[in-house]
Write a protein that binds this ligand. Structure first.
Ligand SMILES: *[C@@H]1O[C@H](CO)[C@@H](O)[C@H](O)[C@H]1NC(C)=O
Ligand SMILES: *[C@@H]1O[C@H](CO)[C@@H](O)[C@H](O)[C@H]1NC(C)=O
Ligand SMILES: *[C@@H]1O[C@H](CO)[C@@H](O)[C@H](O)[C@H]1NC(C)=O
Ligand SMILES: *[C@@H]1O[C@H](CO)[C@@H](O)[C@H](O)[C@H]1NC(C)=O
Length: 306
């Protein structure tokens, strides 16, 4: 007898096939939640004026992954990573000219959307999209395997997780994050996981290093943003030579010693992504407020001269 697979199951099978190419839903939602915690009042107003009242950053943090799968959004697929053609585990490095392909990469995308969000001539829908992209890409750039070409960022390194076949990249994006957090994305898991990392940033493990995470944050489209994004990519890529790709993990069960060793880096990269995203949005909001003042001054000057 012929049984029909129900459509929802068929769809979820189709959607769960390969191309794990971004921190999973929980990683992005956590980064966004941490960032939201560190927004200045000015930035809170700025973000909600662009996203819409009451829309949390966590709820749109994975929009770019859904958009990438659509025909209209396919162009943005290369924006989620930079393919470092370095030699892990001995030599890790990022070179923009070597590694950012002609179709763009996460560094050029961060630069592009930083200038678009500040371009008042663009329609508001485009500036909203720019903010959603930035919230996503400042997350992706802290995932070490998003800054690596070796074995397609680990997508081609087959491993198992709890006996199930998967790949190294997917473990970093999702499996290990969910294990660290104690579950899949839900409001309770998210609140507890983000809250714990915020505590570590404020008064714990990360309190002495958090300043170094935001030593380069620059929202000026013309100069600073690209250089800082290269620094962020270089920082995460370095972990491939410190831990991520140091052993030959091919065929290895990762839910064990590998996961235990990865925990500290995993937590730090997510905390870092969130804290940095917060600082970045604070910078954008401050620049917008300055610009706004500039506009007002112009108006005042015109009124005076008339
Ligand atoms: C790593 O970099 C060093 C110094 O630049 C160079 O001498 C060496 O050949 C490189 N090794 C690999 C495997 O690329
Ligand atoms: C900048 O963003 C726009 C809108 O998404 C896109 O059409 C364009 O290709 C991007 N440019 C670069 C250089 O990434
Ligand atoms: C993840 O969970 C948060 C909190 O419940 C929710 O706002 C967000 O939409 C979820 N993300 C996705 C992609 O479902
Ligand atoms: C934790 O750090 C925050 C911010 O730096 C501070 O306001 C708070 O008092 C600290 N709490 C503890 C228990 O040290």
């Amino acid at each position: 007898m012929h049984t029909l697979t129900p459509l929802p199951i068929l769809l979820s099978l189709l959607l769960s096939t390969p191309s794990a190419l971004a921190w999973g839903v929980l990683g992005h939602a956590t980064i966004a939640t941490i960032a939201q915690n560190y927004l200045t009042p000015t930035a809170q107003t700025y973000v909600s004026s662009i996203l819409g009242q009451g829309i949390t950053m966590a709820s749109i943090a994975s929009w770019a992954d859904q958009y990438r799968e659509t025909r209209a959004g396919r162009f943005s697929e290369p924006f989620h990573f930079i393919d470092a053609h370095d030699s892990p585990p001995t030599n890790c490095s990022i070179s923009l000219s070597r590694d950012c392909g002609t179709k763009g990469c996460v560094v050029s995308a961060i630069s592009n959307y930083t200038s678009r969000i500040q371009d008042p001539s663009l329609p508001s829908t485009e500036r909203t999209a720019a903010l959603k992209f930035l919230i996503h890409f400042l997350g992706d750039i802290t995932q070490p395997l998003h800054d690596e070409a070796f074995e397609v960022g680990g997508n081609d390194i087959s491993v198992t997780w709890d006996g199930e076949e998967t790949n190294l990249h997917a473990c970093w994006d999702t499996k290990m994050v969910e294990k660290l957090a104690g579950g899949e994305n839900s409001s309770s898991v998210l609140e507890a996981f983000a809250g714990g990392l915020i505590g570590e940033i404020d008064n714990g493990t990360y309190s002495s290093e958090k300043d170094s995470w935001i030593s380069c944050v620059d929202v000026s489209p013309a100069s600073g943003v690209k250089g800082c994004a290269v620094e962020w990519a270089t920082d995460a890529n370095a972990l491939n030579c410190v831990y991520v790709l140091v052993g030959d993990e091919s065929g290895v069960e990762l839910d064990g010693a590998y996961y235990e060793g990865a925990r500290e880096y995993l937590g730090e990269q997510i905390a870092k992504g969130g804290y940095r995203l917060g600082a970045f949005l604070n910078g954008l909001a401050a620049a917008a407020a300055e610009g706004g003042k500039g506009e007002l001054e112009k108006v005042v000057v015109q009124e005076v001269s008339e």
